[in-house]
Design a protein around this ligand. Structure first.
Ligand code: HEC
Ligand code: HEC
Length: 397
């Protein structure tokens, strides 16, 4: 369920960014929107949350970065480390934790939820504070400094009417409240419209083409795509909210290293994902080996995936077709995806050699070896791509 912020009057407004539809936002959500779009909140000024999370682009983008895979920060020469994720449907993520699950009849503890590719923020409100002070993003010296800017900005009165005239007396508390307002905006319908053609198909209001239907069948078939195992939906449900295309769990894909990411020019630098998550020690159950989490990143929703280029946490692929095709031939034709090393193929080369054991090689469709037939043929891949394109919400490009 989306948490709805109670108590505030509903206002109708046309979004300034030429969005076709009218969105209803409460006052606190409207305040959150102002913070989200405020380009005064970076150092130097000029970038907002929306610079990287473009509302017209499923709240995804890269702030016009010269390196497609990672966003440019507020200062020249500063870049992020991971692809900017879409912010749509993120309010559905549970808080980060290790949740009980049953795997092959055995009870296991499975990492799930949180915000960021490694879940290091528990929820949306906590998340807001990070980019504001990240030196490679908005680069403010402190959260208090951000609150001080808002206190003299052009929506200070709105902020005070929502949170009280004394809001800015304590800048730290003010920022916590303002972060809550941004989270409230991110919980609005604007971020979860369920307006894709697939949703209309669920509602019985649209048809899928033959190719898209084939893609759907491959997607849900546990012996072919098996995509549904992680990009979850309930095949017996016509309720769009049962189709988030993720269960917010984590998995190690073993992607090819993206050498275009500036941080990767240091050959000793590896983005280890979940096993290097800040704050993991405090929540890691003793039954779970830390190394088993290396290379694992959160399963992203596939809603709006067609407009969310490039693909995967390291932006390894510019094309959606490649992002799907690697599921078919990662291990049957590794030379196509990975570089050569010492006369062999250096598989899973975005992880150090001693930390590749956690890469998923057991589940369909990853369970193939050289010489075996891939689970998906070229026609299946085209069909999957066509199906994924039905997941784009209205008004996104
Ligand atoms: C310079 C680009 C940039 C700016 C500015 C930026 N973000 Fe992000 N955002 C990112 C990147 C990159 C990630 C993924 C980082 C990671 O997972 O380590 C991210 C992740 C997120 C997530 C987690 C989504 C998920 O899939 O788990 C949320 C929510 C979010 N940002 C909201 C915001 C808000 C709110 C602001 C403004 C206060 C903001 N971002 C500003 C680049 C940016
Ligand atoms: C075992 C779990 C699992 C299965 C099965 C699975 N995925 Fe994924 N998928 C993931 C994870 C985890 C990621 C993110 C990995 C990363 O970036 O490190 C991902 C990422 C993606 C992305 C990139 C999305 C983005 O925003 O960058 C696409 C596209 C995708 N999957 C499509 C598929 C399709 C199509 C199938 C079926 C053929 C499939 N997935 C099966 C776990 C899975």
């Amino acid at each position: 369920m989306l948490r709805i912020v109670a108590g505030a009057a509903f206002v109708c407004l046309m979004a300034p960014l030429a969005l076709a539809e009218e969105i209803k936002l409460s006052d606190v959500q409207l305040l959150g929107k102002r913070v989200f779009e405020d380009a005064n909140l970076s150092e130097p000024r000029g970038m907002s949350c929306a610079s990287c999370h473009d509302p017209r682009h499923a709240f995804q983008g890269n702030n016009a970065s010269p390196v497609a895979a990672v966003a440019a920060g507020s200062r020249p020469g500063h870049f992020g480390l991971r692809k900017v994720p879409t912010l749509m449907y993120k309010a559905y993520s549970p808080p980060f934790g290790f949740y009980k699950d049953v795997d092959d009849g055995k009870e296991v503890l499975e990492a799930k939820g949180g915000q960021f590719w490694d879940g290091r923020a528990d929820d949306l409100a906590q998340q807001v504070q990070t980019p504001l002070t990240n030196p490679d993003e908005m680069n403010n010296p402190s959260l208090e400094a951000v609150a001080a800017k808002i206190a003299v900005g052009d929506y200070a009165d709105l902020a005070k009417s929502v949170f009280g005239a004394d809001l800015f007396d304590d800048k730290a508390t003010a920022m916590t409240k303002l972060a809550g307002a941004v989270a409230a905006f991110e919980q609005s319908e604007r971020f979860a419209p369920f307006s894709s053609r697939f949703d209309d198909w669920l509602r019985g209001k649209a048809k899928l083409t033959e190719l898209e239907s084939r893609g759907y069948r491959v997607f849900v078939d546990p012996k072919r795509g098996n995509c549904l195992a992680c990009h979850v939906g309930k095949t017996d449900s016509k309720e769009p909210t049962d189709w988030l295309f993720t269960d917010f769990t984590y998995d190690a894909f073993g992607l090819p290293r993206n050498r275009a990411i500036p941080a990767n020019s240091d050959s000793k630098y590896f983005d280890l994902g979940l096993c290097a998550r800040p704050g993991l020690d405090a929540v890691l159950p003793k039954e779970v080996a830390r190394d088993s989490l290396c290379g694992a990143f959160k399963v992203p929703t596939l809603r709006n995936v067609a407009v969310a280029t490039p693909y995967f946490h390291n932006g390894a692929f510019a094309s959606l077709r490649d992002a799907v095709a690697i599921y078919a031939t990662r291990d049957t034709d590794p030379a196509h995806w990975y570089p050569q090393k010492h006369g062999g193929v250096n598989k899973y080369d975005d992880l150090p050699a001693n930390l590749r054991a956690g890469v998923n090689v057991k589940e369909v469709p990853y369970d193939r070896k050289i010489g075996q037939r891939p689970r998906l043929d070229n026609g299946d891949i085209d069909a999957l791509v066509a199906f994924l394109k039905t997941l784009t919400d209205k008004g996104m490009d």
